[in-house]
Design a protein around this ligand. Structure first.
Ligand code: ZN
Length: 365
């Protein structure tokens, strides 16, 4: 089955699109290669619950004001944040302060956001560059990152002083919908997805509002997938270079496996790109993508090489500083993943650079 898109045309900035009864899509522009993030707004009876916020800044405030003029005339009472990245929680403190709204997010995400908030961008990028040097990033490329630190320096979020903790399996009620919190890993710690089983499942239909699913003849469940499941770009998988790497690729594959186990007709509302049907197909595509990336890297590792030394052959395009950082993190994540599953050996050279090599005895799986 192909993915299908019942709302192929996104709402313009400042416009709103009702994708399900009482559930609105708002598109917030981003000044990045990835040029937008989708917010979701629930009509929650007395107020509005907004899922994610866009980046901090006057632009976001402007577009949010425009959108609010078209949303039900109610105060924003809750801000629910999927994860700590600035495009998702950049405005959380301003909105919470202005409206007296509650902030809901996972404890790990809140912690990560607070750490970002208090980091000095200049020091941060220097430590990132140093961490990537251990994966072979050249002095020129390190300087390239440091020189462009200013491009992203205002992206860090401010965070309200308190929040309500979301845990895996929690149920959040928003309007007529009961939303189950599903944690995902590998993109950001304890990333929150929200699943509503639909009127046929656990969700109540008090107002009778849930009368059908877009583009389908009958009601089905929906998933607010955040960055865990996107229709056209593959989710960035990796840890920031200055964190311990862990095994984000394995964590991500396990997490999206959970999403693929949801009913096949689940309507997916992603943070980037258009809402779609076909979660299982998309997860299968992502599985192939990560496996293909592993095979490409394995093919390059007959001799010991570092992440930086194979980068150009894995990401065959021009990378801006932010993309270079993501690409390095993602390359390291895949190398660590393959090391853990026994495909590669890892060794640190006398120059302090970590290199990976294909195991001679590796049999094809
Ligand atoms: Zn993200």
């Amino acid at each position: 089955m192909e993915l299908t898109f019942p709302f192929p045309v996104p709402p313009a900035p400042g416009e709103v699109l009702e994708v399900l009864p009482g559930l609105y899509s708002v598109r917030m522009p981003l000044p990045l290669a990835l040029d937008h993030v989708n917010l979701w707004v629930f009509d929650d009876g007395d107020g509005l619950t907004i899922v994610d916020t866009g980046l901090a800044g006057a632009d976001t405030q402007h577009w949010l004001r425009q959108a609010r003029a078209k949303l039900p005339k109610k105060p924003i009472t809750r801000v629910l944040v999927t994860h700590h990245h600035p495009d998702h929680c950049g405005m959380a403190d301003l909105i919470c302060e202005e409206h007296g709204a509650d902030l809901l997010m996972s404890a790990q995400a809140y912690e990560a956001a607070v750490i970002l908030q208090h980091r000095d961008r200049g020091t941060d990028v220097v430590s990132t560059a140093a961490a990537l040097a251990r994966h072979g990033l050249s002095p020129e490329k390190q300087q390239f990152l440091v020189d462009h630190a200013r491009d992203v320096e205002n992206l860090n979020p401010g965070m309200p002083p308190r929040f309500t903790e979301l845990r895996d399996g929690d149920i959040v009620t928003a309007g007529p919908y009961e939303l189950e919190v599903i944690f995902g890993q590998g993109h950001a710690p304890d990333h929150v997805c929200l699943y509503c089983a639909g009127p046929g499942g656990a969700a109540p239909t008090s107002s009778g509002a849930v009368d059908g699913a877009p583009g389908r003849g009958r009601a089905a469940g929906f998933l607010i997938s955040g960055d865990m499941l996107l229709p056209s770009i593959s989710t960035h998988v990796g840890s920031p270079a200055s964190w311990l790497p862990g095994n984000p690729v394995a964590q991500f594959r396990k997490s999206v496996g959970r999403l693929a186990a949801l009913p096949a007709d689940t309507f997916v509302l992603p943070s980037h790109g258009a809402p779609f049907y076909g979660a299982r197909e998309r997860v299968a595509e992502l599985e192939r993508h990560h496996e293909q990336r592993c095979l490409t890297m394995l093919g390059l590792l007959g001799e010991p090489r570092s992440a930086a030394e194979i980068l150009a052959q894995v990401f065959k395009r021009e990378l801006d500083p932010l993309q270079l950082m993501f690409a390095m993190n993602e390359a390291v994540a895949h190398l660590e993943y393959m090391t853990e599953r026994g495909d590669l050996d890892r060794a640190e050279g006398e120059d302090g650079v970590t290199r990976y090599v294909r195991k001679p005895e590796r049999r094809r799986r």
